[in-house]
Design a protein around this ligand. Structure first.
Ligand code: MG
Length: 388
């Protein structure tokens, strides 16, 4: 029994701003479409996966799915119904027993929901994920904002995807629909119904919503964030000695001082400790392993570069920064007067609200190298949340 999956990503009409079609907008460090496609590509019971795309999106598409084991994409048609038919036609050589059709714009499809649709397909030729209506339905009076009638909601469902079908039957149904004169069907279950196929309703999931509007995209981001359950704390520590100069770099700010800090880069000891804390939370090495101090190109480098690199690693893992905490140990310069400016600069650099950024200074009571004024030490902590 072979089950193929067709992921529909050819739509380009509705855009949520910018030039990217909504299925390529960023969600948790990758394209929205990557989540939808992965759910099928990684499901044990699903074999070949093909995505139907717009010709305009080919490059964006290839970047979004690199690393996933997929069939070559096919180019869709002018309307969704035609795009699905072209996708089904393209699978004819493979002749799968069953096909699951899913909208790329539903990124929260779960393996369990795919299982439920497949289980229903063991009983009949069609099955769709759907949610029973909970709200009372009102019909609006024409040209007013008043209610003309209350519609009985008993037995009414909202259809979602995936929708699964016996392959030969849904292909035949789509070919017949393409020949018929009527308006396009809005989903594949309707195509199947028109062909007389029995389609079973399978319990869907409110989280399996379709991202259509800007509000939907916000909801998707909130939902994704709420699922970041792998909380990690990383720590970093760095020391730089004083040398010739008239300022020190701390937290990205140049603070006038009678001496400077010695280092290969701009010697921002605070941003170095912070970079290590971020990389440690990800267990992805340390600043020295990514930016070897001997390399010419890091000579005098702005240490913000190192922080941005660590933040990009976090984004690539689909994670979020929750909190950072820096303790700067030195006799001079005084940290307290600079604290708010440092937090503001870190907020900008980390794209994090200041309420999640702590900066404090302490002396070491005249003891040790910091007490003798030989250098500055910084201890940093970062809390991150990763998927899982
Ligand atoms: Mg350093």
């Amino acid at each position: 029994m072979t089950t193929a999956a067709l992921i529909m990503a050819a739509g380009r009409g509705q855009r949520l701003g910018g030039s990217l079609a909504k299925q390529y907008l960023e969600l948790g460090g990758c394209a929205l479409l990557t989540h939808s496609v992965s759910a099928f590509a990684k499901h044990e019971a699903v074999g070949p996966v093909r995505v139907v795309i717009s010709a305009n999106d080919e490059q964006t598409y290839r970047a979004a799915v690199s690393g996933l084991d997929l069939l070559e994409p096919v180019i869709g048609g002018a309307e969704r119904q035609e795009s699905v038919r072209l996708g089904l036609e393209s699978l004819e050589d493979l002749a799968p027993d069953r096909v699951l059709i899913h909208d790329a714009a539903r990124p929260f499809v779960s393996a369990e929901m795919i299982d439920r649709v497949l289980a229903a397909l063991n009983q009949g030729p069609g099955a769709v994920a759907a949610v029973a209506l909970a709200d009372t339905l009102k019909r609006q009076a024409a040209a007013t904002h008043t209610i003309a009638a209350t519609v009985d909601r008993a037995g009414l469902w909202r259809a979602q995807t995936p929708q699964g079908f016996a392959y030969a039957e849904i292909l035949a149904a789509h070919r017949a629909a393409a020949q018929s004169a009527g308006p396009d069907f809005t989903d594949d279950a309707a195509v199947a119904e028109a062909a007389g196929l029995t389609v079973e309703l399978v319990v869907g999931d409110e989280d399996n919503f379709k991202v259509t509007t800007t509000d939907d995209m916000e909801r998707a981001r909130r939902l994704f964030d709420s699922r970041l359950g792998d909380v990690r704390v990383g720590s970093g520590f760095d020391v730089h000695r004083f040398g010739p100069g008239d300022h020190v770099m701390l937290c990205g700010l140049a603070l006038p001082h009678e001496r400077g800090l010695v280092g290969h880069s701009d010697a921002d000891v605070a941003l170095h400790a912070l970079t290590d804390a971020l990389l440690s939370a990800l267990a992805e090495g340390d600043i020295g392993s990514h930016f070897p101090p001997g390399e010419e190109r890091w000579q005098g480098a702005d240490s913000a570069t190192f922080v941005r690199f660590a933040m990009a690693r976090l984004a690539a893992r689909g994670g979020r920064l929750a909190h950072v905490d820096l303790t700067i140990v030195c006799q001079q310069p005084k940290i307290a007067p600079q604290r708010e400016a440092m937090r503001a600069r870190l907020a900008e650099l980390l794209e994090l609200e200041p309420g999640r950024i702590a900066v404090k200074g302490t002396t070491s009571e005249g003891l040790g190298f910091t007490g003798r004024g030989e250098g500055i030490a910084v201890q940093a902590t970062a809390t991150v949340r990763l998927p899982g």
